[in-house]
Design a protein around this ligand. Structure first.
Ligand SMILES: *Cc1c(COP(=O)(O)O)cnc(C)c1O
Length: 408
C-alpha cells in the first residue's frame, strides 16, 4: 500500500502580512484535549475570550465574540447582518480590501457609493464628509490598515463625522488589531472586525468581531430562530431576514450568550488558539505590544533605506505592521522573494492589481515582529540583491537597524 508522508513543515520566518508565526504557546494550546462545545469548562473559556477581546478592542460592547471563519467571513458576517437590501453605504476604497468590502456589500443588495483613491494614499476625512453631506447614508464601511498598499486610514475623526450624519461606521481592522492602538469606543466605531492570523498571532480560522447596540438592534429586528430549535418566546423580527444562515449574527449572538442556543459546532481547538493568543496579548500589555511593533518597524525601515531601497506610498500614513518596498532595478519580485524563501526560509509577499510587479510587502506582525527577524530579513534581502548584481552598500542595512535598537 502507498504510504503517505507525515506532516513535517520546514521552519519558516514568516514576514508576510499574514499568516504570520503563531506564538508557540498558541500552538501548544491547540494540541490540548477536545472539549464538547456545551461543556461548562468550554463555555467558561468562551466567556473569558469575550472578556479579553473587549480589552483588545477597547470596547464595552456586549456583542464581542468570534465567528468560525477567516477574517473575510467576519467582514461578511457583520456587513450582512447590519446592512439591509437597499441601504446606502459609502466605501472609501484605497486598495484591494476596500474593493472586497464593495464585493461583499453588493451581495447584501446594498446601494453602494465608492470613493476611490490612488493606491499608496489615504483619504482626508473631509472628502468623506463631503460625500456624507449629500445625505441618506446608512453606513460607511472602511479599511483601517489597507494591507495591499501598506497605508493606514486616519480613523479618529471619522467616527464623529459619521455620527453627525447618522451613519454607522464599520471598520476592517484585520491587519492592524493587536499591532496598533485602536480604541473602538473612543473612536466611535460601531462595528469592528479583526482576524487571528495577523497581529493577533494565531493560525487563520477565526474572526473576532464587536458591534454596539445600534447594530445589535438592527440585527435582532432581522432575527428568525431556526424551526428545529425555536421556542414560543422566539418571535420573528420585522426587517428582512439575514440572508446567510452560517454567518447569521442574530443567531450567533444567542450562541455566544449564556443561552448558548445551538447553531454550528464550535471549532473548539481553534478557540483554544484564540484564547491563548489573547492571553499572550494581555500578558504583554497592549501599549507594550504596540510599542514593540513600532520599534521593529522603525528598525526595518531604517535598514531598508540604508540599503538605498525606496519605501512605497505616503510615509506619513504607513502601517507599522506592513512595509512595501519598490522593487529595485536589476531584479524582479519573484526572484527576490523566491531566493529569500529558498536560501533563508524567509517568506515575503507579492502585491495585487496596479502594484503587481512593482512592490513587495514585508510584514511585521505579532510573534513575527521580533528584533532577530528584522535583522535576519534585512541581511537576507541585502544578500539576495548583491547575488543578483544589484548595487547596494554592503553591511549598511543591518548596522542601521541595530543603531535604531541601540537608541531605543
Ligand atoms: C488579510 C486581510 C483580510 C482577509 O482575511 P482572510 O483571513 O484572508 O479572510 C481582510 N482585510 C484585510 C485588511 C486584510 O489584511
Amino acid at each position: 500500500m502507498k504510504t503517505f508522508k507525515e506532516i513535517n513543515p520546514s521552519p519558516r520566518t514568516l514576514m508576510t502580512p499574514g499568516p504570520v508565526e503563531a506564538d508557540p504557546r498558541v500552538l501548544k494550546a491547540m494540541s490540548s484535549h477536545i472539549l464538547g462545545q456545551f461543556d461548562p469548562e468550554f463555555t467558561d473559556l468562551m466567556a473569558e475570550t469575550q472578556e479579553m477581546a473587549r480589552i483588545l478592542f477597547q470596547t464595552e460592547n456586549k456583542q464581542t465574540y468570534c465567528v468560525d471563519t477567516t477574517s473575510r467571513g467576519g467582514l461578511e458576517a457583520v456587513l450582512t447582518g447590519a446592512i439591509c437590501p437597499g441601504d446606502k453605504v459609502l466605501i472609501p476604497a484605497f486598495g484591494r480590501f476596500g474593493y472586497l468590502l464593495s464585493e461583499i456589500l453588493e451581495r447584501c443588495g446594498a446601494d453602494i457609493t465608492l470613493l476611490e483613491r490612488e493606491w499608496g494614499t489615504v483619504f482626508d476625512p473631509e472628502e468623506i464628509e463631503e460625500e456624507l453631506k449629500k445625505g441618506g447614508y446608512k453606513a460607511v464601511a472602511c479599511i483601517h490598515g489597507e494591507t495591499s498598499t501598506s497605508m493606514m486610514q486616519p480613523m479618529e475623526e471619522l467616527g464623529k463625522i459619521c455620527k453627525k450624519y447618522d451613519a454607522l461606521l464599520i471598520v476592517d481592522t484585520v491587519a492592524t488589531m493587536g499591532g496598533v492602538d485602536i480604541p473602538v469606543d473612543k473612536w466611535g466605531i460601531d462595528g469592528c472586525i479583526a482576524g487571528t492570523q495577523k497581529c493577533i498571532s494565531a493560525p487563520s480560522g477565526s474572526a473576532l468581531i464587536t458591534y454596539n447596540d445600534k447594530i445589535s438592534k438592527i440585527v435582532n429586528e432581522r432575527k428568525k430562530v431556526e424551526k428545529g430549535i425555536r421556542t414560543s418566546s422566539d418571535i420573528d423580527g420585522t426587517l428582512p431576514q439575514i440572508p446567510s444562515n452560517y454567518l447569521d449574527i442574530a443567531q450567533l449572538e444567542d450562541y455566544w450568550s449564556p443561552r448558548h442556543l445551538n447553531h454550528h459546532t464550535e471549532a473548539t481547538s481553534m478557540q483554544y488558539a484564540v484564547h491563548e493568543a489573547l492571553r499572550c496579548i494581555m500578558l504583554e500589555g497592549l501599549q507594550e505590544r504596540f510599542a514593540r511593533h513600532a520599534l521593529n518597524d522603525k528598525a526595518l525601515c531604517a535598514g531598508l533605506q540604508a540599503m538605498g531601497l525606496k519605501i512605497f506610498g505616503d510615509l506619513k500614513h504607513k502601517m507599522p505592521c506592513v512595509t512595501a518596498i519598490c522593487i529595485p532595478e536589476g531584479i524582479d519580485g519573484p526572484t527576490l522573494r523566491g531566493q529569500a524563501l529558498r536560501d533563508f526560509g524567509i517568506e515575503m509577499a507579492t502585491s495585487f492589481g496596479p502594484l503587481d510587479g512593482k512592490i513587495i510587502r514585508i510584514g511585521n506582525m505579532g510573534y513575527s515582529s521580533q528584533k532577530r527577524n528584522i535583522l535576519f530579513t534585512l541581511g537576507a534581502i541585502e544578500a539576495v540583491l548583491i547575488d543578483n548584481g544589484v548595487k547596494v552598500p554592503a553591511g549598511e542595512a543591518v548596522a542601521a537597524a541595530l543603531q535604531v535598537y541601540k537608541n531605543a
